[in-house]
Design a protein around this ligand. Structure first.
Ligand code: GCB
Length: 605
């Protein structure tokens, strides 16, 4: 049976119990946990916070950098009053792979650290008694994992992660874990697709259930008035004078789905849905038929102490800062973000480019820099990449689209970040991934991937798969920085002219451009890393963006400073933030605010 990806919600027929809090925790460097019976309880366990990354709690380096197997476990009671229903354990994320044991029995394995999965525990559960869930996680990286990297082993057997990506390899139970109780006959999934005609809207829907009883869908407006209803597992909901979901002007209808037997409600699920359309036409990205210019950021889920652990307070602050600065969009670089963040984006009217964790598909630890030198790595020539990696990529894509397809905020899928596209071997791989996204998404949202510096008009073999082109460009930083910025501008213009001459008739977005900046470092005249240089660098970028009509968006790298591996290129992390890691503005924030306040959403339409 299809695994439900519905966000856990309590309704008249469903119950949700939160399992977050302090869990038992232990590293398992020898991989002996299972043979020693840790699935029944972890001996000599530490206590660990869920949700959080485990890394930054530790004061010793070996623990913070730990790579290999590690275990979490907790106890919970399942009340007998839930008997007769299904009981699922829902992990919103387990990074990067997990085996789940309940009462000692191995019930599931999940690969991929940024998407949810559920484990049906009906047959393993003890009613009205204590149950134990143990999870063996693993955070090793390879060419088959999303994200990709390698794992090195020191002479004493200790392992260390070597990411091919520029963010710290945080791991653990980084998002909530919950018990979800559903009735025997349940709603498994639903999908919406919207059409607008005049003042009216039509939402075509499909509901999947585990049985054959009747389905009913009602739609309520924000005042609680019934706006539309329909019977059946498939149908069309028609709303006259519909309030559309718009950029920074969100409106959410409440969709109430029921399975019923006459007057008896068997199952009920409720979700808030924004009605809008998205399409690419010529060089425009259209939301509700109107051209939009994206202003915003590439971001990270990253904060002090809890690493990549879900923190609603930080997420809330981020939205307030994005509104303050005049942004209207962001990319979930470089992995799918928590569902709660997409819910906030739905509520605030933000446009989201939803990215999957296919990052590091360029076999180099400093690929972000080396790509500007023309280096190549033959990543897609690897047989295992063409088989296992692709399988993992497809599985993650299925999960991503199933999880996020109904969010109004999600206007595009980013299917890879900075892969190596200069080699023919990438082409069939891209073909399969891009076709699958199209096939799975009923709304047929635009697809893209972020092009690394060496994916140029004359070298990139894969840009034609994109519905809009996303460029990550660092002219004036990794290439011709500082006093040489004038050369950077010339090179940048030369590249843009080459794209223009291809006459692709597609929109272009800058999904990355930025300069590392040490907050509080001032220098007259500017030098690289000073706040003055960040502003000069941005000014140059904007002059280029503004001179090409087909450039339809700018998302700066990065919203905030964030943690990376240590190394000669990073000073306690990446400092390209417009805000510091504790979410305070650098000087460039005020400059951006002035620019974006004056750039209307329909700029260049
Ligand atoms: C990139 C990567 C991003 C890095 C950034 C940088 O191209 O996509 O993950 O953090 O460059 O700052 O180097």
């Amino acid at each position: 049976m299809k695994q439900s990806m519905l966000y856990p919600r309590t309704t008249r027929t469903r119950r949700v119990a939160d399992l977050c809090g302090m869990w038992d925790f232990r590293f398992d460097p020898q991989g002996c946990g299972e043979s020693e019976g840790w699935q029944n309880g972890i001996p000599d366990a530490l206590k660990m916070v869920v949700p959080a990354s485990f890394n930054d709690f530790f004061t010793d380096k070996q623990s913070r950098e730990y790579t290999g197997d590690f275990w979490y476990s907790t106890k919970f009671i399942v009340p007998a009053e839930w008997k007769g229903g299904h009981v699922d354990l829902r992990f919103d994320a387990a990074t990067h792979r997990a085996d789940v044991f309940v009462n000692g029995r191995k019930l599931a394995f999940h690969e991929g650290g940024f998407l949810p999965f559920t484990v049906r525990i009906d047959d393993a559960v003890k009613w009205n008694e204590e149950n134990i869930v143990s999870v063996r996680l693993n955070n090793e990286l390879s060419h088959q994992t999303l994200p990709a990297g390698t794992t090195r082993t020191f002479s004493d057997g200790t392992k260390i992660s070597k990411p091919y990506f520029d963010f710290f390899n945080y791991a653990g139970l980084q998002r909530p874990v919950r018990l979800v109780v559903t009735p025997q006959e349940e709603i498994l999934d639903f999908t919406v697709n919207h059409k607008i005609s005049g003042a009216g809207a039509q939402t075509d829907y499909e509901v999947e259930t585990s049985g054959n009883h009747d389905v009913h869908v009602s739609v309520f407006d924000e005042d609680g008035n019934l706006a539309a209803e329909c019977d059946g597992k498939r149908g069309a909901l028609k709303i006259d004078n519909a309030r559309l979901w718009n950029v920074l002007d969100a409106y959410l209808y409440t969709f109430c789905i029921t399975i019923h037997d006459g007057g008896e409600i068997i199952d009920e699920y409720i979700e808030q849905i924004g009605i809008r359309t998205v399409e690419v036409r010529g060089t425009d990205i259209l939301v509700n038929g109107k051209s939009v210019y994206l202003k915003g950021f590439g971001k990270h889920e990253d904060f002090f102490v809890r690493g990549r652990g879900l923190d609603l307070a930080v997420a809330k602050r981020d939205f307030e800062l994005m509104k303050w600065i005049g942004a209207n969009s962001f990319r979930t670089s470089h992995y799918p973000y928590s569902e709660e963040i997409l819910q906030m984006a739905d509520r605030e009217g933000f446009l989201v480019i939803d990215e999957i964790a296919a990052v590091g598909f360029f076999a180099s630890i400093l690929n972000f820099m080396e790509a500007s030198t023309g280096k190549t790595s033959a990543f897609f020539d690897d047989e295992a990449v063409q088989t296992k990696t692709k399988e993992n990529h497809k599985a993650a894509l299925r999960e991503l689209i199933q999880r996020d397809k109904n969010h109004a905020c999600v206007i595009a899928w980013s299917l890879l970040n900075e892969p190596e596209t200069t080699n023919e071997a990438a082409v069939p791989y891209f073909h399969e991934i891009f076709s699958l996204a199209h096939e799975l998404d009923v709304q047929k949202r635009p697809r893209t991937f972020a092009l690394i510096m060496n994916s140029m008009p004359d070298t990139c073999k894969c840009y034609s798969f994109c519905d809009f082109i996303s460029l990550n460009r660092y002219y004036g930083w990794y290439m011709s920085g500082g006093y040489e910025i004038r050369d950077a501008k010339e090179k940048f213009i030369a590249e843009m002219n080459a794209w223009r001459d291809l006459k692709l008739d597609k929109p272009f977005i800058f999904t990355e451009f930025g300069a590392d900046t040490a907050a509080g470092m001032h220098k007259l005249p500017s030098v690289m890393w000073s706040e003055e240089y960040q502003e000069e660098y941005l000014k140059m970028q904007f002059e280029v963006f503004d001179s090409y009509d087909f450039v339809k968006g700018e998302q700066i790298w990065n919203f905030a400073d964030f943690q990376t591996v240590e190394g000669i290129m990073r000073v306690d992390g990446n400092k390209k933030g417009v805000f510091t890691r504790d979410r305070q503005p650098k000087a460039a924030a005020y400059m951006l605010r002035r620019r974006w306040e004056n750039l209307k959403t329909d700029y260049k339409s």
